[in-house]
Design a protein around this ligand. Structure first.
Ligand SMILES: [Zn+2]
Length: 389
């Protein structure tokens, strides 16, 4: 018999990084996945998780959250982990050059959950998010962004700008700020995430400056700046940008996900690269809730389950440049694992514009394993042991 810490038995493993879907056991030892097989009988585990009837996936990766707790909108990273099966999350510009070190000290380094961050072009980040962090151009600090990334290369991995005219200014001022964010990403050899709001530039215009690996978040928002033209056709420039490797991220949020837009885009064969939540204090109790609820909306819209898992695991791992270690259940990789339950019923799903749709499936995180340890909390089925009959 071989020792292991956790044996997850009988779940339906879905791991798009290996094109794998089927009933498998997973063994975890010393923080790593040590075996994945149809029936692992020669292991002596400390803990057994009965996963019959559950999906076993790589730990989910949420590419858009706000977990800087000194920021008014900030949530606690470690509570989001078991709530959503999320083992890695990217904070998108809650902090800028003046407060990233404090964010790191007080939140990133204290969290058990892996938190990475993008540095806001505004030196104050989102501390006064409601005032518009770049309405005063003196707050733009491209050199500070580059310096911050140099000082925190393990956790500060890119640049963020919220490109709304009421946030970064209209006309030339807005355009200037956008270009400063682009150049900070180039100078730091990282990538840029652009929040699209009511932008001072059109999306095709911004995309001309964006390179493979750069990202548009809130890609299914409504309003004046959309990925669709006035006839609800996906912009040609959006399609070609996606083809050349620009990332289109969901970033659901409280104001950035509209059924009409996502339905029109999917109908025309335009899928997002990654599913993410934009979770913060004002949407965590609806309409967003958590990562599995956001994924469930795509199931309702007809995206196949394997694709939805891919967009929430290996897809974002690639964006983070960590596809070798994250978003996968390959033997030898870190044991970040989500157990998801599919509940069936008639569920009301709400977009960011208070419009509803009815879906028949709701994914719920029932247990989460983070770096080889079972995380307390979540869906409450960690003690789940099903009788044979
Ligand atoms: Zn956000």
């Amino acid at each position: 018999m071989t020792q292991c810490d956790i044996l997850i038995k009988g779940g339906e493993v879905i791991d798009p990084s290996q094109n794998l879907r089927g009933v498998r056991d997973v063994a975890v030892f010393k923080g790593k996945i040590v075996a994945l097989g149809e029936s692992l009988t020669d292991y002596e585990p400390r803990h057994v998780i009965d996963a019959c009837g559950l999906y076993v996936t790589p730990g989910l990766i949420d590419l858009h959250v706000h977990v800087y707790t000194h920021m008014p909108l900030g949530l606690n990273a470690d509570s989001l982990c078991p709530a959503g099966g999320v083992t890695t999350m990217l904070d998108t510009g809650s902090a800028g050059s003046y407060n990233f070190a404090a964010f790191r000290r007080d939140d990133i380094d204290r969290a058990q959950t892996q938190v990475l961050g993008l540095v806001n072009l505004s030196c104050i980040g989102l501390i006064a998010y409601n005032l518009g962090e770049l309405m005063d151009p003196r707050y733009a600090d491209p050199e500070g962004v580059v310096r911050t990334i140099e000082e925190h290369p393990d956790v500060a991995i890119g640049v963020k700008i919220r490109a709304g005219a009421h946030i970064i200014g209209a006309g030339e001022q807005g355009r200037d700020h956008f270009l400063q964010a682009v150049s900070a990403a180039r100078k730091s050899n990282t990538w840029l995430m652009v929040h699209i709001g009511e932008c001072p530039m059109s999306i095709p215009d911004m995309l001309e400056h964006m390179e493979p690996g750069d990202c548009i978040t809130h890609c299914f928002k409504g309003g004046s700046t959309r990925v669709l033209d006035d006839d609800n056709r996906v912009f040609e420039g959006v399609r070609t940008a996606a083809e050349r490797g620009v990332i289109f991220d969901v970033g659901h949020g409280a104001g950035s996900f509209q059924w009409e837009v996502v339905e029109a885009a999917l109908e025309q064969g335009f899928e997002p690269t990654t599913i993410s939540t934009d979770l913060h204090r004002q949407n965590v109790h609806g309409p967003v809730y958590d990562m599995p609820a956001t994924m469930s909306k795509f199931l309702m819209l007809g995206t196949p389950l394997e694709r939805v898992i891919e967009m929430s695991t290996i897809g974002p791992a690639r964006v983070l440049n960590r596809a070798d270690e994250l978003g996968t259940l390959k033997v030898g990789t870190v044991a970040d694992i989500a157990l998801l339950e599919k509940r069936e019923g008639r569920f009301v799903f709400t977009d960011s514009y208070k419009q509803t749709r009815i879906g028949n499936e709701l994914l719920v995180a029932t247990a989460t394993i983070r770096r080889g340890e079972i995380v307390p909390g979540g869906g409450g089925t960690r003690m789940r042991h099903m009788a044979e009959n």
